[in-house]
Every structure is written in C-alpha cells, then in structure tokens.
Design a protein. Sequence first.
Length: 332
Amino acid sequence: MHRSRRDIGWVMTANGRLGVLITGGTIGMQPGDAGLAPEAGLDACLRNALGERVGPFVELSPLIDSANAGPEFWGRIAAAVVSLVEDEGCSGVLVLHGTDTMAYTAAGLAFLLLGLPVPVVLTGAMHPIGEVGSDGWDNVTGALDLLASGPPAGGYVYFAGKQIPAVHCSKWRTQTTDAFVRTLRPTAELSALASPPWTYRKLVAPARVAVLPLHPGFEPAALEALVEAGIPGCVLECYGSGTGPVADPRFIAALERAHARGMVVVAISQCPEGAVAFGHYATDHLMKSAGVVSGGGMTREVALAKLSVLLGAGLPASACRDWLGVSVFGEV
Ligand code: ASP
C-alpha cells in the first residue's frame, strides 16, 4: 500500500481518541473483473499506517459504493458514530465514505447527530488508497489534522485541502481530485439557531423522500405518481427564485392534491447560487397557496436530508413545513 510521507506525527495534538468509521467508497476499493468494488481490509491498512494514535477503527459490513446509500444507511452510520463517542470515548470521528453521495450523507448526519458534542468529518478519495499517487492519504491525514485541531462540534467534509461545513457541500467535479465545493448560497453561522424537537440521543430513522426537478415540458403526472405512491415528502427543484409552470392547471391541481394527502413539498432553486424567495413574482402565490413551502437557499442535498429527518422524527406535516423554514445550521 502506497502512502505519502506527510502522515507522520500529526495527531499528537489530539485531545482524545479519534475514531474511524469505514463505510466504503473508492478509497478502499480494489479492481475486479467488473471494475472497482469495495473490499474489506482498509481498517487494518490504516491501523498499520497510523499506529496507536488513532482508533478504534470500525468497518461497516457490507462496505458499499456510496451510490447505494440511502437514508437507512445514514441511520446506520449515525448509530456507529454515536457508539464511538459514547461507548468508546472518542473526541472526534472520521467517516470514510464514497464521494458520489458524500454530500448527502454529510447533510443527513448533520441533522441526525444534532447535539452530539464532538466534530464528525467525512472524507474519501477519487482514487483507491492502494494506488500510487492516490489522493486518499492526503485526505485521511488532512481530515485527522482537522479533527485534532479541535473544531467546533458539528459535521464537516474535508477533501483536497478544503474544509467544508456539512450543510454547504456539493460534489462538483468527477475528473479531478478536487471534487467538492462549498456551495455559495446564503449562509449563516455553523451553530444551532433553534432547538429542534430531535437530537442524537434518540436516533431518528430518516424517511425516504423524493426529488423532482421542474423543466420545460414538466409533466404533472410525475408528481401525481409520487402522491399516489404515498411518498411523504418531495423536494421540488424550481427555477430561479422559486418559479414553476403555474399556468398549467394540472400542475397546481397536483400540488393541491399532494398537500391534501399530507405530502410535504419544499421548493429549492435549481441555480447553484440561488435561493427561493416567494413573493418576487406575481405567480408565486399560486404555488404557496397550493401548499409548497420555501426551502430558501438549501441545496438539494440539504433539503433532502432535512426533510427525511423531519418526517422520520414523526413530526406532523404542518410542523415539518414550519421547521423547513427554520435555520438549524444556517442551511436555509
Ligand atoms: N462510486 C464511488 C462511491 O461513491 C465513488 C467514490 O468514492 O469516489 O462510492
């Protein structure tokens, strides 16, 4: 296994044990007949390289390509993180994860682990750590440096030298190791601005919700199908500051039916640096009065995670709608 020289001597400043949770992803993959696939053993490799200064190491089973991660997987990761903190006394946790859905998991964990008094940092790699020149070692050592520096409790992604708050992160690139960006949407402090009715102490099982992007020629039957399937929540990716094809009466009728059936529909902007601001255009009130709530500047990753956790927490639809407009970490 190849490793860079810069991994020696950094966690000396750690003021407690740093747990490592391995969930899968390219970082620990090996080439097989069908292409790269997760393989057990990264824990032993890291233990060897990092020595006694880091640990315990926990490897989830099965390890997955993060394309297969869903809200249930976030719940498994959250439970393992809580156990590392509460049972093993870790003062910070490094989560190794595939890059494809890392930003979603980071957002999911931020909400699920609300109140956990330690930092949780996610990282991974664009190239397997066993490959010469892999970005994996730099990401692992950089993420451990970040944890050892004692950042405020909360969720972070560390990748290619960047430290990104968990609720402001998106995967942006596939052809370079600098794969993630800090999203440039309106932000606030990375601290709890309100006291939500859930915490890490009673782990929520996040619900499965849908994401529906509007597009020219949008077919309202797509929304109706979600309503008929009993999906409890939907992130509606709107144009610009929150507009949609309100001139199509079937669109408004589908939104009204969704609301009547208890589905929570939250609008976000498709623009990478955009935010929903209902009231800007005369037509906005049609969406609002059909029950759509504004997701402000939330990214898709964050809106999906927040809606999943709110619904999983068992809050009634009306309370979920209220909480979607409240900034817990500056995500709105
Ligand atoms: N497909 C991989 C995953 O997300 C990609 C990666 O880790 O870079 O698990």
